[in-house]
Structures are given as C-alpha cells and as structure tokens.
Design a protein around this ligand. Structure first.
Ligand SMILES: *[C@@H]1O[C@H](CO)[C@@H](O)[C@H](O)[C@H]1NC(C)=O
Length: 227
C-alpha cells in the first residue's frame, strides 16, 4: 500500500520538480524583469518592516539588502544577505516622526549609506516612498495564497536568480551616482513643486501592479503567511 501511495505521489510531484525555474516564474505570473522589481522592493528592507508582514520573521531571513553601512571603508560587502534590524529610537510619538529622526541621525555619520550623493530631502522621500511601497505590497501579500514550494525554492535562491545581483546594482548606484536618474531617466534636483511633479511621476511607476505582485510573491515565499 505504501509503495502504491509512493508511486502515485511521485507521479504527481516529479513533473513539477522537473520544471525549470524560468518556466515556473512565467506560469506563476512573475514578470520577465522580476529581478529588478523585487530588488527595488527589498533593497532597503529591514527586519522591523518584515515583521509587519509576519511577526515571526527572523534575523536569518535571506532577504538581501544594500549594506546600511555601505560607505564604511571597513565594510567589505555592498550587499548583506539578511535584512537587518534597525534601531528605532522612540524620541517622538509617531512612527513617521521617529523615522525622520532616524534618517536625520544618519546623515554624514561614518558609514553613511548614501554618502555625499544624496541630499537630505531625497533621503526622506526615499525612506517614506519605500515604506509606502511596502504597505502597498502588504495589501497584496495579505490576499495572496502561499505560493507553491517549487516556485519558492527558485525565488529564494537569490544568488542564482538574479535578485541578489540586482540589489548589488542598486548598491553600486548608491555609491557612485549622484541621484540624477531613476528608472534610467534624468531626475531634477528636488527643490520645488515643479521638480516634485517629475519625482512624483517617476516614483508612482514603482507601484505598477505587476511590480507589486512580483514583490508580494517573493515575500510570501520568504516569510510564509501566518494565517
Ligand atoms: C535583470 O535580469 C535581466 C534578464 O536576465 C538582465 O538583463 C538585467 O541586467 C538584470 N538587471 C539587473 C539590475 O541585474
């Protein structure tokens, strides 16, 4: 009887296992450039934010992010393999104000991730844009069924599937580019309502529903759903 069940199970499982990752990405609705959409979504994730998706998220979470101490000459990695816990002080009342506190407390400090390339207002916009993107991803994450195991095996192998490399691309941009482009288009200095209009138009492109689905699928694989 056991042997029969074994054979039946093998018959079901084997065809799935024999599919390659590229096929699984396509069948499960990931975009051809999921490496880039997912890298954008995760490049500055923290354990604190992962816990909003799943309170059981762990330190060894396997989500590669740009090294928060990117410009510390003693750091050897541009990308670190696990989204780290961020120490958020509670000097203020709201999460928003404590986030401003955190951003401002890092400017010009040793190892400052953005070095001299990023003006202060851009740092604040970036931080809140990412938090906003995660909120959008979470909306979809909460509605999503747990993706199939074989798909998750592929998606979590970030060194092989190009996600790690795309996060590293972001890290190299942080080091070298004076924030002049976003999505390969020139970006004006953010200084008034008119320049903000350009920034807004550029930023909202990251909320494209395909990009959000890619990221929600990846995070579902990494974190599992609690319910
Ligand atoms: C993402 O993957 C595509 C297709 O493999 C590749 O051409 C592109 O360079 C990758 N992007 C990054 C930023 O690594």
């Amino acid at each position: 009887m056991k042997a029969v069940i074994g054979v039946v199970l093998l018959g079901v499982v084997l065809p799935a296992l024999s599919k390659d990752c590229a096929q699984l990405y396509e069948e499960n609705g990931l975009s051809p450039n999921f490496n880039e959409t997912i890298a954008h979504a995760i490049h500055s994730l923290t354990l604190n934010e992962l816990r909003k998706f799943n309170p059981l998220a762990e330190e060894l979470n396997g989500v590669p992010v740009v090294n928060p101490r990117l410009n510390d000459p003693t750091e050897t990695e541009r990308v670190i393999p696990h989204a780290p816990e961020e120490e958020i002080n509670k000097n203020f009342m709201s999460e928003a104000m404590n986030t401003i506190d955190l951003v401002m407390s890092q400017v010009g400090q040793s190892g400052d991730q953005f070095g001299t390339n990023w003006p202060i207002v851009a740092r604040i916009v970036h931080k809140f844009h990412m938090k906003d993107t995660w909120a959008k991803i979470k909306e979809e994450f909460d509605l999503m069924k747990q993706p199939a195991k074989d798909l998750c095996v592929c998606l979590k192998d970030t060194e092989k599937n190009g996600i790690f490399q795309a996060v590293d691309w972001v890290a190299r941009q942080y080091r070298t580019a004076p924030l002049l482009t976003l999505l390969n288009k020139p970006l004006p200095k953010l200084k008034d309502a008119k320049s903000w209009e350009v920034w807004r138009a550029r930023l909202v492109q990251y909320y494209d529903s395909q990009a959000i689905t890619d990221a929600a699928t990846y995070l579902s694989c990494v974190l599992n759903h609690t319910s």
